[in-house]
Unconditional design. Structure first.
Length: 184
């Protein structure tokens, strides 16, 4: 005879097994390679990696060309969320903007910009501390691209803000911070 206690135990066991299966599927979905783009430098690939039972991610970006693989960036525990590309310095080669989630604390993001120098990608800029929001590259015809970050301030209550960064003299600099509806 099945009692209420048996029904509850069976329900809990089913929920636990379902959670375990979905966690396994989530990890399996993370351990994959995705082609981001392809050009003269090779195929830019993102490898999402997370060991079973671990919270930290070990994502990495690499270039595949002529059967060779060159790692150009490792996330070191952060989850790579988005990869954006634009030619910030106007030399005909795209810089690579990597957007990562730091995990946990207030949905903060870290950004890293890689630039191709002497046939190797080098990190030329890192920025941390933007909570949530949207990050995009604004590439208007006739002007240098800008990085536009919509985020929430640490005010109480939090307010929306927009930071606009541009490339100047080999460096990424903060051009201005404005409310999103006034940025244009």
């Amino acid at each position: 005879m099945i009692t209420r206690k048996h029904t509850i135990l069976l329900g809990i066991a089913m929920m636990l097994s379902s959670a375990l299966l979905s966690q396994t599927a989530l990890i399996a979905g993370l351990n994959e390679k995705i082609e981001i783009s392809s050009d003269a430098t090779g195929r830019l690939m993102l490898e999402k990696r997370q060991e079973e039972g671990m919270i930290a991610r070990e994502d990495r970006l690499f270039i595949e060309k002529d059967g060779q693989t060159s790692v150009i960036f490792e996330s070191e525990g952060r989850a790579i969320e988005q990869i954006l590309q634009a030619d910030f310095d106007g030399n005909g080669s795209n810089e690579i903007l990597i957007i990562m989630e730091l995990g946990g604390s207030a949905d903060y993001r870290e950004l890293s910009l890689l630039q191709l120098k002497e046939s190797k990608y080098q990190q030329i800029w890192t920025e941390t501390g933007f909570s949530a929001g949207k990050i995009a590259i604004n590439a208007k015809a006739g002007s240098s691209p800008t990085i536009v970050i919509d985020y929430f301030t640490e005010d109480t209550p939090p307010k929306e803000a927009r930071a606009i960064y541009g490339f100047d003299g080999g460096k990424i600099l903060l051009l201005k911070t404005v409310p999103p509806d006034k940025a244009g």
